[in-house]
Ligand binder design. Sequence first.
Ligand SMILES: [Zn+2]
Length: 375
Amino acid sequence: MHASARHRLPDEVRALWVVRTSMVSPSSIERAVALAARYGFNALFAQVRGRGDAYYRSSYEPRAEPLTSQPADFDPLGYLLRCAADAGLQVHAWLNVFYVWSQPQPPRSRQHVISRRPQWIARDAQNRYQMTTAGKVEGVYLCPSNPNVRTHLLKVFAEVAERYPALDGLHLDYVRYPYEGYCYCAGCRARFRQAMLERVPDTRRAQLDRQATGRNPLAWTQAFPAEWSDWRREQVSAFVRAFSRQSRRINPNLILSAAVWPAPQLAARNKLQDWLHWLRSDWLDTVLPMAYDKDTAVVQAHAARVVEAAQGRPVIVGVGAWQIRPDSAINKIRAIRRQGARGFSLFSYDAITQNGGSETYLQQVAKAVNRDPFG
Ligand SMILES: [Zn+2]
């Protein structure tokens, strides 16, 4: 289907996720590119939309707060693309999708989406949301079923694709619900009811409506739990399909990918993230299952299952390098290769180099990254 994009993936993808903390100055970007190239990596997944903000030139979202001390014309993504081209590295723009805030205090910019459009925020069954990470929820998410949210995100991502034709790919993250306990906002309840209407006899409908306007606003979702889950999965999938069509129209060479929960059935059930469907529908060119387990046998099993489920489509397996020693990362890289994955990506450059301050970890994994003959 999209052979051109897939063809542009390196034969083996040897990638680093670069968190936005390394996108804050020209020198931090130069350092990331220099170290990646020095130790044999060929692709960067660089975070340029972290929390509803921009590490690039955006007309729709505020410039990220950590860039305040930089000159106004400093464009982290533009600068990264120039540096990476010189070094021969691919750059994929890593874009957090529905996850937009994680600080206890509100954003400084009035332009931020949660200040401008608080009614777009996803809610739990008690109609609450939380500003910071606690329990199963990382902070503030936008509601995936809200058509205005989707239109906004599509505009944001179209602009990235249009303004940066040198990009190799767009990489989605947090393209899911926080967990199955979201979203129960008023809009979701109304839209789900609407979607169910023609399947429900009139008497039942009147009964549920009475309950919903009375004591139990969740009457409809509770009456149809399986349909409620399917419907929410479809909301995320509809966004991914629209994102894919739009991105391919703007630049057919873009490699479209997403970071996903490693077990497809659990991702679909617990996060409403039906990524195997997205991959098999060719809406995405590749996926990056985040196989962050410390146990190499578990990572190997995830890699094997995902490669098989992908039915020949490329899979790039994510390694939780931040929480393991270099020798363990090496074992995982070798296990991932044995399963026939297209490559691997280490999470994250920032963690394993201490924000560029130390090369030790990269030095130690380099012999595996560079495919030593004993690998
Ligand atoms: Zn909602």
